[in-house]
Every structure is written in structure tokens, then in C-alpha cells.
Design a protein around this ligand. Structure first.
Ligand SMILES: Cc1cc2nc3c(=O)[nH]c(=O)nc-3n(C[C@H](O)[C@H](O)[C@H](O)COP(=O)(O)OP(=O)(O)OC[C@H]3O[C@@H](n4cnc5c(N)ncnc54)[C@H](O)[C@@H]3O)c2cc1C
Length: 385
């Protein structure tokens, strides 16, 4: 069982109740109309969800990463889009907490904790998201300003976010390239355009956009931590919590698919008995639940490691890899169990099936993560635990 304080346990229970009472009754309508869930996001602000990764003195609710992951799982059990809507926000919170100057923390974190200010991160470019060191967005110095030119794509919450942690090259000639990469804390202004909303398979309701920068000016102190050239390492550390969040989302989506399948397998009859009593269907249920539990265990292990303050890239990578592949399989098996109704848009299982692949691709594809994991295994050897 996860180690939570009594207060953290209450927070998870409160969010689970919110999901059952407020989210599940409306999710199908919002999903199919592709409507931004304004009212639900407001309720999430009231519940303190946007401040979960922000401790005192900047926020009121800072909780352990374990609690944060379990809250994420609950929201994803209701609607993955809700869990996704604060994923990038939490990564930016952690980046500011870990690397921000005191002035940057004071400026952004208190408003981020209440959800008044929403944040996102912009790494991926039209030319590629995996090979970040090849990025083309550049910020050059002009007097006291940085001047940004370039494009980003697939940026979650881009229209609603008031703060973007923008990965740029501040020294395009640096060798190795990562030494010339910085994170700029960018607010919207002249030369910053949200140029396109991208149509998607799932993850409905929440916008994913292209951004275009045309001589967008930012002050010299917009560099995270004040010193340019550190952004690549900072972002890789931030992505550890991002991967835990994505893995927790996968567990939540799979849990929802399993819950629906378990119920349906008891209600639906074929050949004179509930379908779960046919061994093939019972086996699906057994395997689904076993793999969900295994994935949750990896998520909680990664969360605990992250909270020790040490590196959690191995654990967060393993959690994200396993949980996302698990969710893709479990959501397909839930469709199998529902038979023809699994293919119906009047049931929720088709949504889980469309949402699951995002966790395979987002926050570092699983192909990239396997490389990260293998390198860590070789470096750490048998001392890795
Ligand atoms: C809905 C959605 C929301 C997103 N939100 C955000 C966001 O908020 N911010 C953000 O910055 N990005 C966001 N992304 C982008 C996401 O992080 C990228 O799509 C992802 O990192 C992959 O980049 P790419 O799409 O350019 O694929 P590519 O990098 O072009 O990769 C294509 C394929 O090649 C494989 N590949 C590439 N290099 C290697 C290698 N060295 N070894 C093995 N295989 C390799 C990849 O694994 C993949 O299978 C989002 C994406 C989606 C779909």
C-alpha cells in the first residue's frame, strides 16, 4: 500500500468522489463535443489540484509525489483529459521549485498553486520531439532582451496557459549542443502566436497547439535559474515527474477500463451464463487486474524515489514504459469483453482505447525510454536499487 499521511489519503478520496459524482456523469458529452471542461477545471482549482506539486511558502497543499500520482490516477479514471490538463503545469512547478531564482518562484508559484496562472512546457518542434538537441527555436541576446524565433508543436493547454517553459537554443553553436540549451519562462506577448489547434484521436476537450515565435522579446531574467546553458539538464530532471504523471494517467485509464469490463462481464450473459464464467473472459480479467497492480507498483516506486531527491530517471522511465503499454493492452481487452458494444461511442471503453496510446508517445516515446533505461542499467549495474 502507498504511504500517505492521513491528510493525503483524504485528498485522494476527495478527488475520487469528485470523479464519481461530477466527472463520470458528464464525460461522454464533453468528450464527443470536444468541449473544454471549464466547470470541471474550476472545481479542480477549488480542490487544490493545481497546487499539489507546490509546497509552502508558495502554496498551501504541497503533497508527496505518491499522493500526486494517486490523484492523477483518479482524475484519469474519470477522464484522461483532466489529468493531462495539469501534467505540464506540475512539471513547470517542479522546475521552478528546483531551479528557479527566488524572484521567479515568488512571481509565478503562488498564482500557479491556486490555478489562477496555468503553465505548460514547450519542447517539441515540427521537425521532431525525440531529438531535442537538434531543435531550431533560437533565442539571441539583444541588449537586455532575449529575442525568440521558431516554432513548437503539440503544446498542451497552449491557449489557456499564461506561462510557458520554453526550451530554446541560446547558443546554437555550442558543442555538445545541450550546453547551448536554456529554458525561458515565457509569458504571452508580441511575437508569440498560438497558430493552430491540432486535431487528435483522443485527449479531447484540452487543446494541443502549434506555437510560432517571431521576434518574441523576453527580459534577460526570463532564463530559468538565471544562467543560460543549463536548460537541457533541467528539463530532463523535470521530465522525471512528467513521466510519473503520464504513467499514473495510464494506470487510471486502465483501471476505468477494467472496472467497466468487470461489471459488464457479470451482467452480460452468453450460452446461459455470465460471460466472466467463460474461461477466456475470466482470464482477460485476471490478467488485466494483475498488470494494473504491477504498473501501479512501479508508479509508486518511482514516486517514492523522486521524493528522496535523488535521480529517478530509471524508475520513472520504467513506470511510464510499463504502465503505458499495459494501458494499451488492457483497454483493447476491455473492448473485446464488451463485444460489439465495445465499439460503440455510447460506451466509455472506446474512449479509453483512444486515450491510451498518448501515454506511449508523450513525455518521451517508449522507444526513447527503452534507451534511457538500458543506459541507466549499464551505468548503475546491480547497485541500481
Ligand atoms: C496529444 C499530445 C500532447 C503533447 N503535449 C506536449 C506538450 O505539452 N509539450 C511538448 O513539448 N510536447 C508535447 N507533445 C509532443 C510529444 O512529446 C512528442 O510527440 C514526442 O516526444 C515524440 O516526438 P515526435 O512526435 O516528433 O516523434 P519523432 O521524434 O519524430 O519520432 C518518431 C518515431 O521515431 C522514434 N525514434 C526517434 N528517435 C529514435 C531513437 N533514437 N531510437 C529509437 N526510436 C526513435 C520515436 O520513438 C517514434 O516512434 C505532445 C504530443 C501529443 C500527441
Amino acid at each position: 500500500m502507498a504511504q500517505l499521511t492521513a491528510e493525503e489519503g483524504q485528498i485522494v478520496d476527495l478527488v475520487a468522489e469528485f470523479v464519481d459524482k461530477e466527472v463520470r456523469p458528464v464525460v461522454q458529452a464533453l468528450e464527443h463535443a470536444n468541449t473544454y471542461p471549464e466547470a470541471l477545471i474550476e472545481q479542480m482549482k477549488q480542490l487544490g489540484v493545481f497546487g499539489l506539486a507546490i509546497p509552502e511558502p508558495y502554496g498551501d497543499f504541497g503533497v508527496s509525489t505518491t499522493c500526486y500520482a494517486l490523484v492523477t490516477e483518479q482524475l484519469a479514471r474519470g477522464w484522461m483529459s483532466l489529468a493531462g490538463s495539469f501534467g505540464g503545469h506540475s512539471v513547470v512547478s517542479k522546475l521552478l521549485l528546483r531551479y528557479g531564482t527566488e524572484e521567479q518562484k515568488q512571481r509565478y508559484l503562488p498564482r500557479m498553486a491556486t490555478g489562477e496562472l496555468r503553465a505548460t512546457m514547450a519542447l517539441t518542434e515540427p521537425g521532431g520531439g525525440s531529438d531535442l538537441q537538434a531543435m531550431r527555436t533560437v533565442a539571441r541576446r539583444d541588449g537586455d532582451d532575449w529575442v525568440v524565433n521558431g516554432s513548437k508543436t503539440w503544446i498542451t493547454n497552449a491557449r489557456r496557459a499564461g506561462l510557458v517553459a520554453l526550451l530554446v537554443k541560446t547558443d546554437p553553436t555550442a558543442q555538445p549542443a545541450h550546453r547551448g540549451i536554456s529554458i525561458l519562462l515565457s509569458e504571452k506577448g508580441d511575437g508569440f502566436a498560438v497558430s493552430k489547434d491540432l486535431p487528435k484521436l483522443g485527449y479531447k476537450g484540452v487543446e494541443s497547439c502549434e506555437l510560432h515565435f517571431d521576434d518574441h522579446r523576453l527580459p534577460a531574467d526570463a532564463v530559468l535559474g538565471g544562467e543560460p546553458g543549463k536548460g537541457f539538464a533541467q528539463m530532463m530532471a523535470g521530465l522525471e515527474v512528467g513521466r510519473i504523471q503520464v504513467a499514473a494517467r495510464a494506470v487510471g485509464v486502465a483501471q476505468a477500463a477494467f472496472d467497466d469490463a468487470l461489471r459488464y462481464a457479470q451482467e452480460r450473459e452468453a450460452f446461459g451464463k455470465p460471460i466472466w464464467q467463460h474461461q477466456s473472459i475470466g482470464n482477460y480479467l485476471a490478467d488485466m487486474d494483475t498488470s494494473i497492480e504491477a504498473a501501479r507498483g512501479l508508479v509508486l516506486r518511482a514516486a517514492e524515489t523522486f521524493d528522496t531527491g535523488g535521480r529517478a530517471d530509471l524508475q520513472s522511465g520504467q513506470a511510464k514504459l510499463f504502465a503505458s503499454e499495459m494501458a494499451a493492452k488492457v483497454t483493447l481487452d476491455a473492448i473485446r469483453i464488451h463485444g460489439g458494444y465495445g465499439y460503440s461511442t455510447e460506451f466509455d471503453v472506446e474512449r479509453y482505447f483512444r486515450d491510451a496510446p498518448l501515454m506511449i508517445v508523450g513525455e518521451g516515446t517508449n522507444e526513447i525510454l527503452r534507451g534511457v533505461i538500458a543506459r541507466q542499467l549499464v551505468q548503475r549495474g546491480s547497485a541500481r536499487r
